[in-house]
Ligand binder design. Structure first.
Ligand code: NAP
Length: 523
């Protein structure tokens, strides 16, 4: 076993009897909004000895990496922020990405997260030390740091996915993925191709269409596109929101209710409330109003139930296809050539710039999280999931992975604002850590029974979910993993919030280091 390179203050282990003392009580992996939120909430709960590790050179996660034209949030900003840090300075109902990035940095500074963070630090592996009840985290540069607990805030949609199309590397022009936008590439007057029509493309296409000479959009599966109740928030309105009592809370409540109806309720309670069917009607009306050409409309019409895959929200995306310089290409792509994109009919579409709006690794091997995690007795997390399907108690804990808590684990996220998820999961983790402190425990592990029960209960709710009751066959949705499961949490947001504070503590075993040190008899 490697020895920890001591770096930073160590927390005395409660009831330590010679067991190794970790470098930090908590290591948080990920400097996105999940990691930032967990750090702030842990600190406020009295867990101030944490170290946050972030691979990038800035905070904000998705909002740090995604800087493509038109990037912005798809959830009203009043709901897309921490409950304890509600600002009213958003320029729009749906804030642009640059404001989310600024918000992340603001939180980092205001809550003193920066001082306890290391940027440009990649985690290569994590291994649990059974003897001392701590995690050893191996970093690039061969450094190892140890922590009693790990909060894995590594997100999911973080690793860009290159399309499995032959010849991508042979393209002679500029090529870039949406999540690694190259701002030095001037699109003005260029012939541009974009592959993909997911949420990123929906924002990019209308943003660049007037600038480029030709824009060819390669669509494999049409996306449901719904109108976006967006608008600028002029300063008098922002000021009013900040000074009129309860107006901020009201704006948040309305926004959260809207999000709840459009996703968690529509997706998980499809069998009770046919919100998705209403949404489809709205989507088709939006399409009819936006696109005049019937042939184009036909090509842009989705043939799967709304909700099977992540829908998009835009008032400008569909209309952009009316422009004479924008071409929708639905023939399948055969190869990328040095000059452009060759479709199955043999046509070579010559372009100067190729944009890959092809999304992210999701349930791909090596992505959840993007480094190996070895738990108690050397159990490998990915192997556990491969053999047992994706599962985690309330999306947080996995049996045999003590002291390891995920923010966005399987069956954790219900589809509401990520901020609900971050706060809910952090409250669950804090409850565990407080209990461990009180009981002088150094090992917190979910029981196999509690995990199995939770997993079974999630599966039982399928008979009401749109993923299993709707027409999802042709959706090509990244919600589905290799087993055909959709590891989203089939619950309303209020239920997830309630559970964070009321899950039975005996779902976990809290043990003391001394209880399993070979030299110490169990007490
Ligand atoms: P995505 O939703 O996964 O979309 C990827 C697109 O690329 C799909 O249209 C896919 O087609 C296409 N594609 C992939 N491989 C292809 C291939 N070999 N040939 C042809 N087409 C191919 O990715 P994304 O648009 O980057 O969005 C990912 C997620 O990030 C979103 O769902 C959302 O959760 C988040 N996001 C959020 C926002 C926001 O809040 N405003 C903005 C951007 C992204 P198929 O559909 O046929 O697979």
């Amino acid at each position: 076993m490697t020895h920890a390179v001591r770096s930073g203050a160590a927390t005395p282990t409660p009831a330590s009897t010679g067991a190794r003392i970790p470098d930090h009580e908590i290591v948080i992996i990920g400097g996105g909004l999940s990691g930032i939120g967990a750090a702030i909430m842990l600190d406020r709960a009295g867990f101030s000895d944490y170290l946050l590790l972030e691979e990038g050179d800035g905070f904000g996660g998705a909002w740090h990496w995604n800087t493509y034209p038109g990037v912005g949030v798809d959830i009203p900003s009043f709901a897309y922020q921490f409950s304890f840090e509600q600002i009213t300075g958003w320029s729009r109902v749906y804030a642009p990405g640059v404001e989310l990035k600024a918000y992340a940095e603001h939180c980092v500074d205001k809550y003193d997260v920066r001082r306890r963070s290391r940027l440009r630090t990649t985690v290569l592996a994590a291994a649990y030390d059974d003897a001392d009840d701590l995690w050893e985290i191996r970093l690039d540069g061969d450094e190892v740091i140890s922590a009693r607990y790990v909060v894995a805030a590594t997100g999911v949609l973080t690793k860009p996915k290159e399309p499995e199309i032959p010849g991508v590397g042979e393209f002679a022009g500029e090529v870039m993925h949406t999540a690694r936008w190259d701002h030095s590439v001037d699109l003005n007057g260029k012939r541009v191709a974009i592959i993909g029509t997911g949420a990123s493309a929906v924002q990019i296409i209308p943003s660049i269409a007037s600038e480029v000479e030709q824009l060819t959009v390669f669509q494999r599966t049409p996306i449901w596109c719904l109108p976006k109740p967006d608008g600028a928030l002029p300063w008098p309105l922002r000021t009013a929101l900040s000074i009129i009592p309860a107006s901020k809370a009201l704006a948040r409540l309305v926004s959260q209710t809207y999000v709840e109806i459009t996703f968690p309720l529509a997706a998980h309670f499809h069998g009770y409330v046919p919100t998705a069917s209403f949404g489809e009607k709205l989507g088709l009306l939006h399409l009819r109003r936006s696109v005049k050409n019937p042939d184009l409309r036909r090509k842009l019409t989705p043939h799967y139930s709304l909700g099977c895959k992540r829908p998009s929200f835009s008032n400008t995306y569909l209309r952009t296809f009316n422009r004479p310089n924008v071409h929708l290409q639905t023939d399948s792509i055969e190869a990328i050539t040095p000059k452009g994109v060759r479709t199955a009919d043999g046509t070579e579409h010559e372009v100067d710039v190729l944009i890959l709006a092809t999304g992210f690794k999701v349930f791909d091997k090596g992505n959840m999280p993007p480094f190996p995690v070895s738990g108690a007795d050397g159990q490998d997390l990915e192997t556990f999931w491969t053999e047992n399907r994706f599962q985690a108690y309330q999306g947080i804990s996995v049996p045999a992975f003590p002291n390891w808590f995920s923010i966005l684990g399987p069956y954790g996220y219900n589809g509401s604002s990520y901020f609900n998820l971050i706060e809910t999961q952090s409250r669950h983790i804090i409850r565990l850590l407080k209990t461990a402190r009180k009981r002088k425990a150094t090992r917190v592990e979910v029981t196999e029974e509690a995990n199995a029960e939770y997993f079974e209960a999630a599966l039982k709710r399928r008979d009401k979910q749109v993923f299993f009751q709707g027409r999802c066959a042709g959706a090509n949705s990244y919600y589905f993993d290799d087993n055909g499961d959709v590891p989203l949490r089939p619950a309303a947001t209020l239920e997830t919030m309630w559970e964070a504070d009321h899950f039975p503590l005996d779902a976990y075993q809290f043990t003391d280091t001394t209880a399993h040190l070979p030299t110490q008899p169990a007490r």
